[in-house]
Design a protein around this ligand. Structure first.
Ligand code: GAL
Length: 657
């Protein structure tokens, strides 16, 4: 990219050409280099079927080019025009209970609808042909936040597509019956026509059917993306394509699978300014999106300049927060910082969502901060293409996420809180983390953390076992390795395929009553406890009260050249921190800098010629940080090397070493 891009969603169709002229002037002054255009333009460029009106859009593209601003050009298919659902009401999606979703907002299409895909494809063909050689075209922005509102569709068209998907996966109905354990509750199918999406049922539905429907729905949405992407590729094989993932992680859309189909990944991120840990939540999402593309730079495609409009109470970003959080994304590997949206809408459902140019115009606090940040980022071009490296990986798998949060389990195990329980203490200890799919090559990591990987394939279990045997450090939390890819339990004692590496067997699950904790040596356990029989593992901590008092709670197993830890409960945050500090110290994992104050985030991006240390003060107080060696602060005024950095509250420094 050769620069850190700056900009936002630009919706000129909502404004007159006089406003466009002011937009160009203000964008230029703010150092805007990339804007997402056309996302919601379908009804304006194709006001009636097949009658295209691109004249106004040509003007917009020409204006951008004339001002040296790139277009992240949308395929315009995110919200079908009203005429399409009048002409073809069968494109409208249906919920599990049969409710049809009507036009009047956006994303009101059934992802499996061949009619929607056909009309969308025709439009994309027009857009791609028309702008293939336009000088403003910088990157293709396919659709918009796929799966944001319409995540699964249960209509008859989807049902037929689901059967096709199942036939591809299982071949014949007998194999499907086995995969779905349909002898249970008399669910055996004798013909494909008897198979439906998991529509609303009297009680718990078949878990394997639900999991497959989640996989299918993701694939159906991905298919919409691929249809458009392939049309685009035909016309512009060298222009990169992306689509923006919904922040920070979104259960219906498997970012790992989707990332493989994109040239550059991008993410929309809306941490809540009222949440004191919002930056940690964001950090997890940024580490994941970067890891999804093997560590390559990514784009922050949307964030709010200040408040959003979709929470019950929408906090503005206090002075300095927008800058701090923007630099956080860059620190964690982003090569672009973009916003929703450029100009705050006068009408429509998002009129109270903040913008780079607020209702009050350019003479506003938000716009002044936008201008200042644009100047800073423009001067930091050398950061682009530099890479973040991590020694620790947390394993995340969408299949597992969908399965582990299923119905009728021993207890409720929500995956994102489980991730955060492991991620946050590492973040607080200033350790850089990747968040990767379990089937990734893990050999280069010094430490692997596995929170609640309930669904685990035999292959991944074997790879984790080898990883430890070869000298790796593995930390596994409870309710991991319980079922295979079809939600069938591994028999003979939990966690079947990990028993050998962990050196234990779990006899029974003892989930804790809501809000309760249990005593554990050194602190408390939360959420869960279990009856562990060690088979070679050493007990590090035992439960200290209740029925399991005196039994193992946390174990450590030397296996081959490595070590495998097991947590039979979720330690309270202080105990988790102590434990993970010990595990990582033994594994040789160091913080980015020793002795950093609480609330300061530190990340290094490695460039070809220099390393860049980012220091971000998320705390409310000023701090002084001594540096290991003299370095130039890219955001400082002096230009000469410094040996320590004074960071105001919400301050940022980027140090070139
Ligand atoms: C995103 C979406 C944008 C806008 C924004 C508001 O989900 O892509 O179009 O709606 O949220 O926060």
């Amino acid at each position: 990219m050769n620069r850190i891009h700056y900009g936002g969603d630009y919706n000129p169709e909502q404004w007159s050409p006089e406003v466009w002229a002011e937009d160009m002037k203000l964008m230029t002054e703010a150092g805007v280099s990339l804007v997402s255009v056309g996302i919601f333009s379908w009804a304006t460029v194709e006001p009636t079927p097949g009658a295209y009106d691109f004249g106004w859009f040509d003007q917009v593209m020409d204006n951008l080019a004339a001002n040296g601003i790139g277009a992240s050009l949308a395929t315009m298919t995110a919200s079908p025009p009203p005429w399409l659902s009048v002409k073809h009401p069968e494109i409208l999606p249906e919920r599990a209970d049969g409710t049809r979703l009507w036009p009047g907002s956006r994303q009101h299409y059934c992802p499996s609808s061949p009619i929607y895909r056909e009309y969308a494809g025709r439009l994309v063909e027009q857009v791609a042909q028309r702008y293939a050689d336009h000088p403003a075209l910088t990157i293709w922005h396919i659709g918009n936040e796929y799966g944001c509102h319409t995540r699964q569709c249960f209509c008859d068209v989807s049902a037929e597509d689901f059967r096709r998907w199942l036939r591809d996966r299982y071949g014949d109905i007998t194999t499907l019956n086995e995969a779905w354990s349909t002898t249970f509750w008399s669910q055996r199918y004798s013909d494909w026509s008897e198979v439906f999406p998991p529509r609303t049922t009297p009680t718990f539905g078949n878990p394997a059917q639900k999991l497959d429907f989640a996989r299918f729905s993701d694939d159906a949405i991905l298919q919409c993306y691929l249809v458009e992407r392939d049309i685009i590729r035909k016309h512009t094989p060298r222009v990169p394509v992306t689509t923006n993932f919904i922040g920070l992680v979104h259960k219906p859309i498997d970012s790992f699978k989707w990332a493989a189909e994109q040239d550059i990944v991008s993410l929309d991120s809306y941490p809540d300014p009222y949440d004191p840990h919002a930056h940690v939540e964001a950090a997890f999402g940024y580490d994941l999106v970067r890891s999804a593309k093997g560590g390559r730079p990514w784009l922050l495609m949307e964030q709010a300049p200040s408040a959003v409009n979709w929470r019950p109470r929408n906090a503005p970003k206090a002075p300095g927060v927008m800058r701090l959080w923007s630099w956080q994304a860059v620190a964690q590997g982003a090569d672009g910082v973009l916003f929703f949206q450029w100009r705050q809408a006068q009408g429509g459902a998002e009129k109270f969502h903040s913008a780079m140019v607020p209702h009050g115009g350019p003479d506003t606090r938000t716009h002044r901060e936008i201008q200042a940040l644009g100047r800073e980022l423009a001067a930091a071009a050398e950061l682009s293409d530099s890479l973040v490296r991590a020694e620790v990986a947390i394993l995340h798998d969408w299949d597992n996420w969908r399965a582990v949060e299923g119905d009728a389990h021993p207890g409720v195990t929500e995956l994102l809180p489980a991730h955060r329980a492991h991620f946050d203490p590492l973040f607080d200890a200033h350790v850089t983390v990747d968040v990767v799919h379990p089937a990734t090559d893990l050999s280069a990591y010094k430490m692997i953390v596995v929170p609640n990987l309930y669904l685990l394939s035999r292959d991944v279990a074997a790879a984790l076992t080898r990883y430890v045997a070869d000298g790796g450090t593995l930390v596994v939390s409870f309710f991991t390795g319980i079922v295979d890819e079809q939600e069938r339990v591994y028999l003979g004692g939990y966690p079947g395929p990990l028993r050998e590496v962990l050196g234990l067997r779990i006899d029974e699950f003892w989930p804790l009553p809501v809000g309760n904790s249990i005593g554990v040596d050194g602190g408390k356990g939360t959420i869960w406890s279990e009856w562990i029989e060690t088979e070679g593992a050493e007990t590090i901590a035992t439960f200290t009260d209740g029925e399991l008092a005196g039994r193992p709670a946390i174990t450590r197993h030397q296996y081959g050249e490595g070590v495998a830890w097991y947590l039979g409960t979720r330690p309270d945050p202080a105990l988790m921190r102590t434990l993970l500090d010990r595990v990582r110290t033994e594994a040789g994992v160091e913080p980015v800098l020793p002795g950093l104050p609480d609330g300061v985030q530190a990340v290094v991006r490695h460039g070809g010629e220099a390393d860049y240390l980012f220091l971000l003060n998320h705390s409310g107080s000023a701090v002084t940080i001594p540096l290991p060696s003299p370095a130039v602060d890219l955001l400082g005024s002096s230009g000469s090397p410094v040996t320590s950095v004074d960071l105001a509250a919400r301050g940022v420094a980027v140090l070139r070493h």
